[in-house]
Design a protein around this ligand. Structure first.
Ligand SMILES: NC(=O)c1ccc[n+]([C@@H]2O[C@H](COP(=O)([O-])OP(=O)(O)OC[C@H]3O[C@@H](n4cnc5c(N)ncnc54)[C@H](O)[C@@H]3O)[C@@H](O)[C@H]2O)c1
Length: 342
């Protein structure tokens, strides 16, 4: 059995990754560490609680003694670090948590990985936001792995700092790190503060859907399952010390994404409400993912239109999942599912 520690596995991408890996590899065992911050929802992982190849640990990656104990007790082969504060708006309101979780937390995991056992790979899940943004009038420009780090928000700065620390641990201590920098993901299990699930949850109730500025900011969108497949390839076939960009060849202005979602829901564009723009709002992200395509044979498989249709259908069919989050009920899920006190 290959033992993989997934941090942040009760969040959006981490949970999708756990389901994908358990399904794709019968010789994989997953340990999930998640502090169950506001963004973590144990209901997402509830069907796995009795799976003998899955174990859940409610723990904070910043808790050094807890992480050392875990790494000392378990023979961990691979770490995939998803755990992070991930919402740009929250990082603007309150940066500290972003710096401690995203940077210090990563440093604790790197130290634990280095000190205990002989793990094969430490994979850091990063973001295209570390490259800053591109002008809207230069569609010929893309981020490559060699594009300089040029961050805009406390979120992207905390992620970029963690990337640099991973590369320093590779260079200084020989820790076998890889890093992936992915564009915007969409799919099931995404917390309804992020653009697509926020639009769906509001429009379904005929509430106004807020769009920053004129909605012209451009993002590249990738189905979460394509991201999971890329990480699987990188941890098993990628070169240590390397960074891999992951992107969907699918750039859309935010307003077009919103209109696509409204169309999929059969709702009117009259629901769109333009609101004051986010400070420092990045204009355009565009990923050149040719390295992972060339070296590891990865390509995105889900088209945006099909992916959005499936995603909208999932949120329609799983309303309890996101309505419990909106109402706050999900905060009781840990006690209900695990059945004991903290
Ligand atoms: N969502 C995207 O579009 C996207 C794109 C590129 C990269 N990423 C990166 O992927 C990773 C996962 O993103 P996501 O969208 O799934 O985020 P998310 O906010 O949905 O999930 C983050 C998870 O981390 C957990 N967590 C937070 N602080 C923790 C701590 N101190 N200790 C342990 N667990 C903690 C939360 O409880 C939550 O379950 C992040 O590192 C993010 O930077 C996300």
């Amino acid at each position: 059995m290959e033992k993989i520690l997934v941090t942040g596995g009760a969040g959006f991408i981490g949970s999708n990754f756990i389901y994908y890996m358990l399904d794709a590899h019968k010789d994989v065992e997953i340990l999930c560490v998640d502090s169950l911050s506001y963004a973590g929802n144990l209901a997402t992982l509830e069907p796995l609680i009795s799976n003998p190849r899955f174990r859940f640990f409610k723990a904070d990656i910043r808790d050094r003694s807890m992480m050392y104990r875990l790494f000392d007790n378990e023979d961990i082969d691979i770490v995939v670090n998803f755990a992070a504060e991930s919402h740009v708006d929250r990082s603007i309101d309150s940066p500290e948590e972003f710096l401690t979780t995203n940077f210090i937390g990563t440093s604790v995991l790197l130290d634990a990985f280095r000190k205990f056992g002989d793990g094969k790979r430490f994979h850091q899940v990063s973001t295209d936001e570390v490259y800053g943004d591109l002008p809207l009038d230069r569609p010929d420009l893309f981020f490559t792995e060699d594009t300089p780090i040029h961050t805009s928000s406390p979120y992207s700065t905390s992620k970029a700092s963690a990337d640099l620390l991973c590369l320093a641990y590779y260079r200084t201590y020989g820790v076998p790190v890889t890093i992936s920098r992915c564009s915007n993901n969409y799919g099931r299990f995404q917390y309804p503060e992020k653009l697509i699930p926020l639009m769906i949850s509001k429009a379904m109730n005929d509430e106004k859907v807020p769009v920053y500025g004129e909605g012209l900011n451009v993002r590249d969108w990738l189905h979460v399952l394509d991201h999971c497949k890329a990480i699987d390839l990188i941890i098993h076939k990628g070169q240590v010390g390397e960074v891999y960009n992951i992107g969907g060849h699918n750039e859309r202005a935010n307003i077009d994404v919103v209109k696509t979602v409204l169309r999929a829901l059969g709702k009117s564009e009259d629901l769109i409400e333009y609101v004051t723009d986010r400070p420092g709002h990045d204009l355009r992200y565009a990923i050149d993912a040719s390295k992972i395509e060339r070296e590891l044979g990865w390509t995105p498989e889900t088209s945006f239109d099909k992916g959005i249709e499936e995603t909208v259908k999932w949120y329609l069919e799983n309303q309890k999942w996101w309505k419990d989050i909106v109402s706050g009920e999900y905060l009781n899920n840990y006690r209900r599912i695990i059945g004991y006190k903290d």
